[in-house]
Design a protein around this ligand. Sequence first.
Ligand code: AMP
Ligand code: MG
Length: 329
Amino acid sequence: MDKMLCLGFESTAHTFSCAVVEKKDHRGRILSDVRRIYRPPEGQGIHPREASRHHIECSSEVLAECLKEANLTIKDIDIISYAAGPGLGPCLRVAGVIARTISSYYKIPIYPVNHAIGHIELGKLLTGANDPLVLLVSGGHTMLAAFKGKKWRIFGETLDITLGQLLDQFGRSLGFASPCGKKIEDLALQSENYVELPYLVKGNDVSFSGLLSATKKISKNVADACYSLQETAFAMIGEATERALSFTEKRELLVVGGVAANKRLSGMLEKICTRQEAAFYVSPIQYAGDCGSQIAWTGLLESTVKNGAKMSDTFVRQSWRLDTVEINY
Ligand code: AMP
Ligand code: MG
């Protein structure tokens, strides 16, 4: 098969990103991936309207940089893809409008992509995982998924806030700038004093909101609080992951999403994999969080079974669960 080039757009939440990925047979190669991240004022969360303004303002610069880095012009691009959901409405619409405009003006086929599937597909490409149990831990997701019968099936998820939100909301309560995961990871390394916190796994689902409230109450000693928060939350995730590995009998675990960058989480999960005789894969840090490459690569996979979407099917969906998407490639 000839080589194909896809220009992918991501703007589901805090990140605006454009990337060009090349597909040759089954192999994918990232030619460029440019991002700008909206940073809310210290102590505050994402304001969807402010984030969307950020994305609009930086979009043409990011696109130009992305094409320049790949040494291409728009006319070289074979297909376009964009993250159509799930995410924040005003943010999602930025990539949606840009992708649709370029697609219709230059007559390039367009592919709406599910953001969560983007995380998973790029993780598989970059690690070589073949049929993994996937742990997706990010700002927008906390779930365990495995592929069966054309769909990613969920084997556990959060009942309230995500793991990324837990870390970010705790960090913001201390006045840190969001996202706070890395700062909490660094602070946690300064303590080994575990303060008991609520641990809640229901069936194979986790609940973090009580843990968030309780951690705020012990935040006088910041390092102890960060350490105890990580130990508790990651142990909960570990328990659910180990049970899902055992139940699904998958021989691989793949961790994707922004929180996959956390070394303590990886360390715990790696031990679980050794015990369950499963191979452990984690997305490279640079591509763990939201980025255009996730969307571009998934667009290329979709293009092997579809000829692009009709313009009337290129809108965005704030809620779009990955287990509702039928996958035929
Ligand atoms: P995403 O939504 O996939 O872009 O992931 C963003 C989330 O990843 C935010 O909640 C961050 O706080 C979190 N994150 C990024 N780096 C780390 C880290 N080293 N440890 C824990 N969480 C992290
Ligand atoms: Mg994400």
